[in-house]
Write a protein that binds this ligand. Structure first.
Ligand SMILES: [Zn+2]
Ligand SMILES: [Zn+2]
Length: 239
């Protein structure tokens, strides 16, 4: 309640642009948004940059991910690494609104939210949530559904059963093993998943191992359609 009020107040106050430090500005000024969000063609199932006119990258054609579509607002590089770090690790949950605004500029994102029955964040364990105070993915999921359909955002349908070593410290093969059994569909919330169109939300997608494991669990629980939406997508090494 208090956080929501604070968020509403700070969201309206002029502040410094996080990137260029212009003042007064919204957390991200219009110039920086234009400069650092170049129009990028992305693979429709993993959001990696692809050449104009290409729908799916070679990797997705060879080994399709366990979801139907994927959208990202930006590549995970400077200055977005800094913005995401502030949002996730430096106690600035109010940035959810500015980051989500960049996602919502994509008609495919707003369409996916409009079509969805449920919008689910990648969950954290209770312990991790207590340590950090908020789940960044949940804040993004909430902002994505506002103002038209806040009821679609659900934090209780997909659960994290155990925390694993932070993914960023692991190699790809270790990441996949590390996550096995980390998620569970809440049996009492089966109606949110079975036969439903689901949007799965996370802040950053690097290898996609976390989203894959979560989507796999949702598929097993009967999800009819899954769209992954992430704020930032890590480009392939060397890309
Ligand atoms: Zn700026
Ligand atoms: Zn792809």
């Amino acid at each position: 309640m208090f956080t929501a009020l604070l968020d509403r107040i700070t969201g309206r106050l002029p502040s410094q642009c996080l990137i260029c430090r212009a003042w007064p500005a919204r957390p991200l000024c219009a110039d920086c948004v234009t400069r650092f969000t170049p129009r990028t063609s992305r693979c429709t199932t993993c959001a990696l940059p692809v050449s104009e006119g290409v729908a799916r990258c070679g990797a997705c054609l060879r080994d399709p991910p366990p979801w139907d579509a994927c959208h990202a607002a930006v590549d995970y590089g400077w200055p977005w690494t800094v913005c995401v770090a502030r949002f996730k690790f430096h106690g600035q949950p109010q940035l959810a609104r500015a980051l989500t605004a960049l996602l919502k500029r994509d008609a495919a994102v707003t369409h996916a939210i409009a079509q969805a029955d449920c919008v689910l964040p990648i969950p954290m364990t209770r312990q991790r949530l207590a340590e950090r105070g908020y789940n960044p993915a949940w804040l993004l999921a909430q902002q994505l559904t506002r103002p038209l359909a806040p009821h679609k955002a659900r934090a209780d349908a997909l659960l994290r059963t155990r925390e694993s070593t932070p993914q960023r410290e692991l190699r790809r093969s270790q990441r996949i093993r590390n996550l096995r059994g980390a998620f569970m569909a809440q049996p009492a919330r089966g109606a949110c998943i079975q036969g439903q169109r689901i949007v799965l939300v996370d802040d950053v997608m690097t290898t996609g191992a976390t989203l894959r494991e979560a989507a796999h669990v949702l598929r097993q629980a009967g999800a009819a359609h899954i769209t992954a939406i992430v704020f930032a997508r890590t480009p392939e090494p060397g890309a």
